[in-house]
Ligand binder design. Structure first.
Ligand SMILES: [Zn+2]
Ligand SMILES: [Zn+2]
Ligand SMILES: [Zn+2]
Ligand SMILES: [Zn+2]
Length: 797
């Protein structure tokens, strides 16, 4: 996904292995990106480009005129089965393959408006009706959508508009006496009903308006940092020859305090599994599966069921016309024809291109030209030039002590006034670690970028008028070198943009507790977030809304302490050896964080979530390959291999049970899970993560069966395991508490629900702040519970 597809990767690696040793050496030993790029670029042959183009053609990124009727049909099937979400996505796929101003597109929009209507998405429904009409919705079908429009307007309390639509409809009838009598009657009846509704509603005050506009208000930095844009004044930027740039606290910081709120300089949606189109057989040609690319705006990453596609391709989809236009102006006019190639070359290459395209728009365009000419002239692999390091050494030597002290020296990425901002200059100065990447990897990146440059050139020469400023093409090599630099930077500086995706289980809709999981939505570059160093037990928490990253203190941070976040390998998810290996190979450093030091120096006692226990007396087992019982009075001992294979068997059984649960075979799932739990008790510690998994699955199954009490009991056990593993104030515990709160709420257990809602709110607030969806849901639950009448509540709000 980040890197090019495997076929291209192995093609390039093979090409590399066949290069004469002398050329390999030239590229391997070149430490200037310019040389790497130019050497590699000169080796790109027409047959290589042809191979790559063939791969790119495997992706369906154009518009296929035969696709819309197919998707509409498939959508209608889902609609009939009342799967309105499924229908919406399929209509969207139909829309993305339709040309503007065709019957196809108007019918797909109209059908989607119906599905949205049943999903209570009235605003979106109205927009789709307008779009259907804009693209030439057939006259004879108009009454249908106008009735729907009226219903929406009434529900939204926009009564005047509703009245107007009714009047329009009536005058339409008068003008067309050709309507069949039966049809006419149905319409008349509907009109009467709607008129009554308008009257009834008219008596109520119109309170619907302002509810939807919840913005970032509560999420602003209390005081913006003068030195670093997008950061709070509670932090300060420092530099150190060993650590590079880093942030420290300038005052005591409390848990939950917002430290950084930064919009991505650039981001690219991860389209999800988008298998190359299959060349064999038409039945597989149009994919009906749903991917992230169908559900999230390709520019702002907002979740949406009603996407608007690019007019030129079927691949780029947006939440609104505004986003579509912005994306077009900023980068998509150049990317549009390159969709297949960009998917083949992977997200890193795509981000590299987009970064340079975005750079064109900055005031600093002169700076970029300057930077680009600098990099083409001299070594650009380490922005911390020798000069700078000398100044540093001198400064620090004189000072003797540097702990917690802000060193006033020019920091790479800052402007002349010493301000660090979210701009191309800062992005450009992120470390590329040229010397640490393998020669093959550098060759792969350079060759991919060269191929992209040639396509850009070719695409440009086809157009009569150049869409991009001439600079892009006249200095293509310079842009190529810049893109290569970005590709190399991304391995260490790419930030995964994640979101919590709710997956409802099969079975009846009301009886389910949502199961949320974190998914990787996009990859982006955040120059300010990139200033933070890594720790396996960080003191901050990162979350995202749209393309904006927020970093909050997850615990108290004392004045002078470093602000740290986790690059991925977290101590509660990975053992110390794996973490060290990962950090070394991907980020090129040895982690010396407190968690690593503690674990390295402690005899390899395994954490409790991995511990085995004695099947005779239940005490914890200890030891290496042979484990013996920790209890003095017990002589039990057993080999680790035996226990490991027992655990694997159990894992398999649990997998089967989860599958049963997914396919709705609930009774069987319960049966198997209870057996698994019995088995687990015989050899796993009560806090083993497998025990937690089993309890969680039991909770879900009982919830699906409608047994709130049993479900809550099991969820509480799973919560305890999560607590041991991730800590009581971790975001993981927050999500478990959220689930538990939903259960108590649905089960009318009011005091328990209130208590759990408050606990969940407290934990999640620290990590996410007040704008988070779950927090808002919790607040709704709370107000509902506090005002709840003594009669049982419905299962959903
Ligand atoms: Zn958008
Ligand atoms: Zn396009
Ligand atoms: Zn560490
Ligand atoms: Zn024992």
């Amino acid at each position: 996904m980040d890197l090019p597809v495997d076929e291209w990767k192995s093609y390039v690696f093979q090409k590399w292995s066949l290069l004469p040793k002398s050329i390999q050496d030239t590229i391997s030993t070149a430490d200037a990106l310019r040389d790497i790029f130019l050497h590699s670029s000169s080796l790109l042959q027409p047959e290589d480009e042809m191979f790559l183009n063939n791969l790119s053609r495997g992706y369906f990124v154009g518009k296929d005129p035969n696709a819309p009727p197919f998707y509409r049909e498939e959508g209608n099937k889902k609609f009939q089965k009342k799967d309105y979400v499924g229908a919406t996505v399929l209509y969207s796929k139909g829309i993305s393959h339709s040309r503007p101003h065709t019957v196809d597109i108007s019918l797909c929009y109209a059908n989607r408006s119906a599905a949205l209507f049943y999903l209570d998405q009235y605003e979106m429904c109205l927009k789709d009706i307008t779009r259907a009409q804009m693209h030439g919705y057939p006259e004879r079908l108009q009454p249908k959508v106008m009735l729907r429009k009226t219903e929406c307007l009434v529900t939204l309390g926009r009564l005047q508009e509703a009245g107007q639509t009714i009047r329009d409809l009536e005058s339409n009838f008068a003008a067309k006496p050709t309507l069949a009598a039966a049809q006419f009657q149905i319409l008349q009846r509907n009109l009467c009903r709607l008129k009554r509704k308008v009257q009834e509603k008219g008596n109520l005050t119109e309170t619907y308006t302002a509810t939807l506009t919840k913005t970032f208000e509560d999420m602003d930095l209390r005081e913006e940092n003068e030195q670093i844009s997008s950061a709070s004044s509670s932090v300060s930027l420092c530099i150190d020859p060993l650590k590079g740039r880093y942030l420290i606290a300038t005052k005591d910081i409390l848990p939950g305090e917002l430290l950084v709120k930064e919009d991505a300089f650039v981001s690219v949606l991860n389209p999800g599994e988008m298998p190359p189109g299959l060349h064999h057989g038409l039945e597989n040609k149009w994919d009906t599966r749903v991917t992230n690319g169908d559900l999230y705006c390709h520019r702002c990453l907002k979740h949406t069921l009603a996407t608007v596609p690019c007019d030129g391709c079927s691949y780029a989809k947006y939440c609104s016309n505004e986003c579509m236009q912005q994306a077009w102006d900023l980068y998509h006019q150049i990317e549009c024809s390159l969709g297949g190639l960009l998917l083949t070359l992977g997200i890193f290459c795509h981000i590299a291109l987009r970064s340079t395209l975005l750079a064109r728009f900055e005031d600093a365009s002169k700076v970029i030209r300057k930077l680009c000419s600098e990099i083409s002239n001299k070594d650009m692999c380490s922005p911390e030039s020798e000069n700078l390091v000398q100044i540093l050494n001198y400064d620090l030597g004189e000072e003797g002590e540097r702990h917690g002290k802000t060193v006033k020296i020019p920091v790479p990425g800052c402007d002349i006034n010493g301000k660090y901002e979210n701009n191309y200059n800062a992005v450009f100065n992120l470390l590329a670690h040229t010397e640490n990447h393998s020669p093959e990897y550098k060759f792969l990146c350079a060759l991919s970028v060269s191929a992209l440059c040639r396509q850009l050139e070719a695409a440009d020469s086809k157009k009569p008028e150049t869409a991009a400023p001439p600079a892009l093409y006249s200095e293509l090599n310079i842009w190529g070198i810049a893109m290569l630099k970005h590709m190399l930077q991304l391995q260490c500086n790419a930030q995964a943009i994640t979101t919590i995706q709710e997956t409802a289980l099969s079975g009846s809709k009301e009886n389910n507790v949502s199961n949320s999981r974190q998914i990787r939505l996009a990859t982006g570059i955040f120059p300010v977030v990139s200033l933070l160093n890594h720790s396996c037990s960080p003191n901050t928490s990162v979350s995202f809304i749209s393309t904006v990253a927020t970093i909050r203190a997850s615990q108290q941070i004392g004045k002078g302490q470093e602000i740290l976040h986790c690059y991925g390998p977290h101590y509660s998810r990975m053992g110390v050896a794996d973490r060290q290996q990962k950090l070394r190979s991907q980020y090129f450093f040895d982690c010396g964080c407190p968690a690593c030091q503690k674990e390295k120096h402690r005899a390899v006692a395994r954490p409790r979530w991995e511990a085995f226990c004695c099947n005779q007396c239940g005490a914890l087992l200890q030891g290496g390959d042979i484990l013996s019982c920790g209890s003095m009075s017990c002589t039990e001992s057993v080999s680790r291999d035996h226990l490991t294979s027992q655990l694997q068997d159990l894992q398999q059984q649990v997998g089967i049970a989860q599958e049963l649960l997914r396919s709705g075979k609930l009774e069987q799932a319960v049966q198997l899970l209870l057996e698994c739990r019995h088995d687990a008790e015989s050899f796993l510690s009560a806090e083993h993560s497998m025990v937690g998994e089993i309890e969680d699955a039991l909770a879900q199954t009982y919830a699906a069966l409608g047994d709130w009490q049993k479900s809550a009991t099991h969820l509480q056990k799973s919560l305890r395991v999560v607590e041991v593993r991730h800590g009581p104030s971790s975001v993981e515990v927050g999500h478990e508490l959220f689930k538990l709160a939903q259960l108590f709420f649905n089960g009318f257990a009011i005091p328990e629900a209130l208590n759990t809602v408050e606990r969940a709110e407290k934990v999640l607030m620290v990590h996410y702040g007040p704008c988070n969806d779950e927090i808002q849901e919790l607040q709704k639950m709370k107000s509902c519970l506090l005002n709840s009448p003594p009669i049982p509540l419905g299962p959903s709000l």
